[in-house]
Each structure stands twice: as structure tokens, then as C-alpha cells.
Design a protein around this ligand. Structure first.
Ligand code: CP
Ligand code: NVA
Length: 304
């Protein structure tokens, strides 16, 4: 049975820890200059309906490091769901390639791609979630803190795809997760209810950033208008006034608070320059870890 990674919950808690262990090992090999190339002759198809820097570069480089190859298919190449039906593309690509990574608009499209593909499918972001991002995020927190005990994460901003993946994570690892967002910008209702009722984590929605960051180990933010929502940019700038992660907000948290952002950042909007460039910011370690974690995810899906 082929396996996909479309949601963080596609891994059990035990499997997540296996992925983190493998990530540590693969990152170590690379830092030591040791080659590890189990995927010689294997090819990944990377289907992008939206722009990307980190996701494309980290998957393509990661695949090369593992001895394989990756093909970039941009928004004008396939026309998924327009030029050609999702289920047809799924079956065609699976005849050529050994694994598929896709960044799409509709979440239903990645579900369909996975359903009709006989090779593993990895979700590289949809309008609904961004599981590879949050796997890299939590691995980075683990690296920095040494453990995930009594973790409090305060996400300040839009209840978007990245937040939904944090909610998925709360279903696998215990934590206190609070989203501070303006009213009307809450995350997926069904997923939120599930996360709040799971009994594993404490999950809260707040409209008060200064309260939310009290005692937080991590302050996380992301753009106010995600890809596909550019026309709402100006309205959102008004609605999110008071939700910027700036020095005043950071000073209301613990001195050791870690500042995270999935990037790309809109400096001066959701985060100030002095915070993203400041001593508590771990955004570039976070970006680097995308590659190490994704190599482990690919490995888990292709080897077990
Ligand atoms: N964080 C992230 O997924 O970045 P890109 O959109 O550049 O891939
Ligand atoms: N929420 C952002 C994440 C980008 C990596 C977006 O969807 O545009």
C-alpha cells in the first residue's frame, strides 16, 4: 500500500518521532559531508499551481542529495483541473515518476491526486493546510529547546493554512496552542473543534495578542493575505492592525521566546524588521529545516 503525506495526522505520533530521528540523522550526514543516496534513479514530480521559493528549492535539492532527481512543473505547465482532469494527471505522472509533491489551490485537488496516483503524494501547501511546513517548524523547536515539554505556541495573525496544520499537530503532540486573530479570521471550524475536543492539547482562540503571548515559548506569524487572497490585501491590512509581531509584543513574552515565520515575510506588516532580524528569531533555521525534514518524509513514504 502506497502512503501519502497530505495532513500531519497521516503520521501517528510514533511515526512523527521516527521522522524527527531520521531528520536529525540526515542533517548530520550532510553536515559531516557523508553521502547518502538511496534514491538513485528515482524521480519526483513537483507540481506547482502557486509560486514558491523554499518548497521548490528544498524539495529539489533534498531529492538531489538523496541521489534522485526532481522535475519542476510550474503553474503554466500542467493546468491541473483546467487543461486536464486531476485524476488523469495523477495516473499519467505515476507511470513516469516514483513520488509526487504538489502545491495546489483546492485541497480537494490534492485529495484527488493522491486517490488516483499509485505513487506517494506529498502536500506542499493547499488553501487548507501546509503540513511539511509545520513538521519543519516543530522539529526546529525541538532542536532549539531539546524537548517539547510544556510547550506554549502563540500564533499571532491569520487563521490560515499554516494554522490548520498547527491544529493537526495538536492532535498528535500535546501542547498549548493559542491563535490570536481578528474576529472573522479564525481557522477551519471543524478542525478547530476536533483539536479543542481531542483531550491531548489545549487549543484556544483569542483576539488579544498581548494576552496570547503571555508565557509563550514560541511566537509565530505569517502573512495576512495568503496566496490567492491578494485582492483582500488592503482590507486585511486594516483588519490586522494591532496584530503585528513587533518589539512591544515580543517584550510581553518570555525573554527566551522563539520567533518563527514560515516565510515569505512581509516586513513591516505582520512582523517588524527588528523582530525578524533580532536575537530571538529562528526563521532561517526554520527555513533550512524544511529540507532536512522533507528528506525524512520522502524516505518514510518510499522506504518505510
Ligand atoms: N514557507 C514556504 O512554503 O515558502 P515558499 O512559499 O517560498 O515555498
Ligand atoms: N499562508 C501562506 C503561506 C506561504 C508559505 C500562503 O498560503 O500564502
Amino acid at each position: 500500500m502506497k502512503r501519502d503525506f497530505l495532513h500531519i495526522t497521516d503520521f501517528s505520533t510514533a511515526e512523527m518521532w521516527e521522522v524527527f530521528e531520521l531528520t536529525k540523522k540526515l542533517k548530520g550526514y550532510l553536515k559531516e559531508g557523508w553521502e547518502y543516496t538511496p534514491f538513485k534513479g528515482k524521480t519526483m514530480a513537483m507540481i506547482f499551481a502557486k509560486p514558491s521559493a523554499r518548497t521548490r528549492i528544498s524539495f529539489e535539492t533534498g531529492m538531489t542529495q538523496l541521489g534522485g532527481h526532481a522535475i519542476y512543473l510550474g503553474p503554466n505547465d500542467i493546468g491541473l483541473g483546467q487543461r486536464e482532469a486531476v485524476k488523469d494527471i495523477a495516473q499519467v505522472v505515476a507511470r513516469y515518476d516514483d513520488i509526487i509533491m504538489a502545491r495546489l489551490f483546492a485541497h480537494a485537488h490534492i485529495l484527488e491526486l493522491a486517490e488516483f496516483s499509485s505513487v506517494p503524494v506529498i502536500n506542499g501547501l493547499t488553501d487548507y493546510n501546509h503540513p511539511c511546513q509545520v513538521m519543519a517548524d516543530i522539529f526546529t523547536v525541538l532542536e532549539k529547546r531539546g524537548n517539547l515539554d510544556n510547550l506554549k505556541v502563540a500564533f499571532v495573525g491569520d487563521g490560515n493554512n499554516v494554522v490548520n496544520s498547527w491544529l493537526e499537530l495538536t492532535l498528535r503532540l500535546p501542547m498549548h496552542f493559542v491563535l490570536a486573530c481578528p474576529p472573522g479570521y479564525e481557522p477551519d471550524k471543524e478542525l478547530l473543534t476536533k483539536a479543542q475536543n481531542s483531550g491531548l492539547s489545549k487549543v484556544e482562540i483569542s483576539h488579544e495578542p498581548f494576552e496570547a503571548v503571555q508565557n509563550a515559548d514560541v511566537i509565530y506569524t505569517d502573512v495576512w493575505a495568503s496566496m490567492g487572497r491578494e485582492t483582500e490585501k488592503e482590507k486585511r491590512k486594516c483588519d490586522f492592525a494591532g496584530f503585528q509581531v513587533n518589539l512591544q509584543l515580543v517584550n510581553a513574552a518570555k525573554p527566551s521566546v522563539l520567533i518563527m515565520h514560515c516565510l515569505p515575510a512581509h516586513r513591516g506588516e505582520e512582523i517588524s524588521d527588528e523582530v525578524i532580524d533580532g536575537p530571538n528569531s529562528i526563521v532561517f533555521d526554520e527555513a533550512e529545516n524544511r529540507m532536512h525534514v522533507q528528506k525524512a518524509i520522502i524516505h518514510k513514504l518510499m522506504v518505510g
